[in-house]
Write a protein that binds this ligand. Structure first.
Ligand code: MLT
Length: 413
């Protein structure tokens, strides 16, 4: 009798994915251009990566914590997987309780990034649920659901099996409630990539939808620190009832310059529930805690101390100055683009400007790279509704932003 060898097989869902992750694809194109034009000074306004250094309060705390790691008496090994109490308590108090949202420290899970958390969270839900994903969207939400097998094949710019929530000029880039039921909903405000913001009433409509339909919202608030209009909600938990139906993601990356340092957190309220196939409600907090303690071993102690310093009075002032700087860039870009006759959204309460380029996104991307030496992000990379748009990120020095806008103006004339 012949025995087949136990062949290693792949997760074929990966074969459904588009060639490469959007930002890796852009980086490859920019590198090829740079190799062909080694003398050209390229201004990067594509990926939203910060350029200003860490705030001095964070650096001081970081150094002190590193010194503690050098002494027998203050050295620390593994930390609690969910994060140190000193950081979780500050987060709960400053980011939620101070805004009237009753979130407690033990509902906060400190992690190494909102990208990782928004990508990993779907693991704790069934693979045959219907998922509602905005279009355009931060690609991590969609790609991780493809990897998990929640979609069919990719055709005409979309995966079958996903309910796409269109964000267009017509609906002010705020998705309408879906016509057919969805169980898991991704929302991100201030939005990446459009820079649009959501009002409390609009957010309440989604929370009510989730309550009525036994659904759950994944609310990505990574850009919350850029909100300046007082009446806009900073957290989904400012909406009554949200604690039962929403998980929120936050990050120190854009808030305090931690893109390279890595620190973020996810809020899973104890009341938040999802259901077994037979309809029994289960606390999502317990599932995420199980996942987090099994697969994650906490953010390093010095990084958590640096993040804690964000909540000191100096830290608060310094992050305000830092985010104000990028918002000044954003306002400048918005104005310059409008002067050139393009319509755009974002750039207020957000570091992203979403521009209707009135032509193919990748063509516009190539034009700006080749003629102006400016890197943007083609809107089509964020989904079918992004076709025709480009995204410009305000994360750069003001000098570079001015230079980039001058060059774009010259290139388009
Ligand atoms: C972006 O450019 O969309 C962001 O930098 C992506 C991220 O934060 O991972």
């Amino acid at each position: 009798m012949s025995m087949r060898s136990p062949m290693i097989r792949i997760n074929e869902n990966y074969l459904k994915l588009q060639d490469s992750y959007l930002f890796a694809n852009i980086a490859k194109r920019v590198k090829a251009y740079q190799n062909a034009h080694p003398k050209e000074d390229i201004i990067r306004m594509g990926i939203g990566d910060v350029t200003l250094p860490l705030p001095p309060a964070c650096i001081r705390a970081f150094h002190q914590a590193v010194d503690e790691m050098a002494q027998d008496t203050t050295f620390r090994g593994y930390g609690p997987e969910q994060g140190y109490a000193f950081l979780r308590e500050k987060i709960a108090e400053h980011d939620f309780q101070a805004r009237g949202a009753q979130i407690s420290a033990d509902e906060i899970f400190v992690s190494d990034g909102a990208k990782c958390d928004t990508g990993n969270i779907q693991e704790i839900f069934a693979t045959d649920i219907r998922v509602g994903i905005p279009d355009p969207v931060y690609p991590v939400y969609l790609d991780t659901n493809v990897m998990a097998g929640r979609t069919g094949e990719y055709q005409d710019g979309r995966y079958s099996g996903i309910t796409y929530l269109d964000c267009t000029r017509e609906n002010g880039y705020i998705p309408d409630l879906p016509d057919s039921p969805v169980a898991l909903i991704y929302l991100c405000f201030p939005n990446n990539p459009t820079g649009a913001t959501i009002t409390k009433a609009q957010l309440k409509a989604w929370v009510d939808y989730a309550i009525d339909n036994q659904a759950l919202i994944l609310f990505d608030a990574a850009y919350e620190a850029f909100l300046r209009d007082d009446d806009l909600p900073h957290s989904i938990y400012e909406v009554t009832g949200a604690k039962e139906v929403a998980i929120e993601f936050r990050s120190f990356s854009k808030t305090a310059g931690f893109t390279g340092t890595r620190c973020a957190y996810t809020v899973v309220p104890k009341q938040c529930r999802a259901f077994t196939a037979s309809g029994n409600p289960m606390p999502v907090h317990d599932l995420w805690n199980r996942r987090h303690t099994t697969k994650f071993n906490s953010v390093s102690y010095p990084v958590q101390r640096a993040a804690e310093a964000v909540y000191s009075p100096e830290g608060q002032n310094q992050i305000r100055t830092l985010t104000d700087y990028y918002l000044t860039n954003a306002a400048y870009i918005r104005q310059a683009i409008q002067k050139l006759g393009f319509e755009c959204v974002g750039g207020k309460n957000s570091p992203y400007i979403w521009i209707d380029g009135r032509q193919d996104s990748w063509k516009f991307f190539d034009l700006l790279l080749n003629k102006a030496g400016v890197v943007c992000t083609p809107g089509a990379g964020f989904g079918r509704c992004g076709q025709g748009y480009i995204r410009i990120s305000a994360f750069n020095s003001f000098e570079n932003v001015e230079k980039a806008m001058d060059r774009i103006k010259a290139a388009l004339q």
